[in-house]
Ligand binder design. Sequence first.
Ligand SMILES: NC(=O)c1ccc[n+]([C@@H]2O[C@H](COP(=O)([O-])OP(=O)(O)OC[C@H]3O[C@@H](n4cnc5c(N)ncnc54)[C@H](O)[C@@H]3O)[C@@H](O)[C@H]2O)c1
Length: 283
Amino acid sequence: MTASRPVTTSQPVNTTQNEDPRMTAQTPAPFSDVVRLDLAGRTALVTGAGSGIGRAIALRLPRAGAHVKALDISAPALEEVTGITGGSSHVVDLSDLDALGRVDLDADVVVNCAGIQHVAPITEFPEEKFSLILRIMLEAPFRIIKAALPGMYERGWGRIINISSVHGLRASEFKSAYVAAKHGLEGLSKVVALEAAAHGVTSNCVNPGYVRTPLVDKQIEAQAAAHDISEDEVLSGVMLASAALKRLVEPEEIAEMAAFLCSPMAASMTGTSLVADGGWSAR
Ligand SMILES: NC(=O)c1ccc[n+]([C@@H]2O[C@H](COP(=O)([O-])OP(=O)(O)OC[C@H]3O[C@@H](n4cnc5c(N)ncnc54)[C@H](O)[C@@H]3O)[C@@H](O)[C@H]2O)c1
């Protein structure tokens, strides 16, 4: 069993994106905080905050004044993030629902982001891996939302942001657990939207196509090895084959969508899905 370990740091929020070490020459510039957002006095809980999309969101929301509670299984990754943002970090394995239950999950904004992938035909898909993916990507979000809603109801305001995927709306072969978990998350998000609306709480999904993160880097490597083709060929011929826009989404673009969902301009949006899939689901 993994114990949760809250760590609070007192460093000030670093307000410049240029100090983000993931900003590379390939990153479309300039990435700026487009959405005007004031989350001063609000707490935002972000899972999967140690890497990729979760990390970008955990860096974005403090720039709007939020105190971030960063959750991840990786202590070093969390340390790096809270070194930039301040806030608190909680090392927890989301597949361990008992350990998750020992974390203080109260927050004004919840971002369910942590996720993993496993690619195999259904006939060969390991049963324990299917359960694990459902636990991390559907059951844990349910537990977190359930724990956070009472505080949101009391304060009359809350934002639930579920990082889904184009795979919450479309299927792909060999991703049975991932597609099932994301479709389940879409359903959960809609039920939350209906139940929580009267309390000033909205619930939405964000649905990226392929985003430039370690999760995708691993898939590109694996596909290149499996098909004996170059990583560039995997990107153009396999991963972006269904997308009209032949580029990876940047994590910062998804972070800005999360920021928008917290803004007053999104107050009427609930029970829906914001899609950034480069036109994949237009087919
Ligand atoms: N990258 C993409 O192309 C893409 C596209 C659509 C949706 N998404 C979704 O975005 C989310 C984040 O993906 P990413 O690409 O940033 O991945 P990532 O691998 O870069 O980051 C995932 C984070 O989740 C953490 N994590 C994994 N298992 C955990 C567990 N059991 N307990 C706690 N933390 C755990 C990891 O340590 C990591 O920090 C996922 O839900 C993924 O399905 C990603």
